[in-house]
Design a protein around this ligand. Structure first.
Ligand code: ZN
Length: 81
């Protein structure tokens, strides 16, 4: 793991991190970076909330087309797979 973990690295690793698939050292790098970078903290917070919302709606009775539109709006089409 290189020392300078920047915003670009964080964004690139984010989906693994949020899926719980990132290696421990990567998680630590992300968390260290977030502690120092308010921007990334906001991005990660927002994404976590969004993913929570997506899971919540996935279990609800939302019609498929509405759900698809919501996912698309949130640019989360990756999570539809
Ligand atoms: Zn950052």
């Amino acid at each position: 793991m290189h020392n300078h973990f920047d915003c670009h690295d964080l964004l690139g690793s984010l989906s693994d991190y949020l899926d719980g698939e990132a290696r421990q050292e990567l998680c630590r790098a992300i968390e260290t970076h977030m502690a120092e970078c308010p921007n990334c903290r906001i991005v990660v917070d927002t994404l976590k909330k969004t993913i929570y919302l997506v899971h919540a709606t996935a279990e609800s009775q939302l019609p498929d087309d509405v759900r698809a539109r919501l996912y698309k709006t949130l640019e989360l089409t990756d999570y539809l797979k």
